[in-house]
Design a protein around this ligand. Structure first.
Ligand code: FEO
Length: 170
């Protein structure tokens, strides 16, 4: 059994991770529509990672005999006007996800819920990766993206990303 407030926060996080999957799917679709298929690939894999994050939170609740409450997932409402903007949205989104995970961690810390803290350790580390990866896309775009050849090479680089399942086992 877990504390009710922690369970509520994790249920909210499940929805947020699924929303994150929607955000990246929307970004992937935008790039695919622009024929930047490498960017589209990178963000489609990001969608899979977000779904994995949601599943891990669900597994954690199930493991502890807690009820999962699935709620409506908001659709993203982006109007992208250039190739750089989606990467900025992605980075800013990850900063919000980090804050949400830290919020759960803080609540677990307050009540000495060491089990949840240990479970969240993986996510804390993962978030530093998530922020770094999206920030890197912005920085590389700023370096190379304004030149057609540079953009082509960056797109080809992002096309090489392959999906790897999460390392965390519940
Ligand atoms: Fe599930 Fe990108 O954080």
């Amino acid at each position: 059994m877990l504390n009710k407030e922690i369970v509520a926060k994790i249920n909210k996080q499940i929805n947020f991770e699924l929303y994150s999957a929607y955000v990246y799917l929307d970004i992937s679709n935008y790039y695919a529509d622009q024929n930047l298929n490498g960017f589209a690939n990178w963000f489609k894999i990001q969608t899979q990672e977000e779904r994995d994050h949601a599943m891990l939170f669900m597994d954690y609740l199930l493991q502890n005999g807690e009820k999962i409450v699935l709620t409506d997932i908001k659709g993203p409402s982006f109007e992208f006007t250039d190739f750089r903007q989606p990467a900025v949205e992605a980075f800013e989104h990850e900063v919000k996800v980090t804050a949400a995970i830290h919020d759960i961690y803080g609540a677990a810390y307050e009540i000495k819920d060491f089990r949840t803290m240990q479970f969240l350790d993986w996510f804390v580390k993962e978030q530093s990766e998530e922020e770094k990866n999206t920030d890197e896309i912005i920085k590389r775009y700023d370096l190379f993206g304004n030149d057609a050849k540079g953009l082509y090479l960056l797109d080809s680089e992002l096309a090489a990303r392959v999906y790897t399942p999460p390392t965390l086992v519940i």
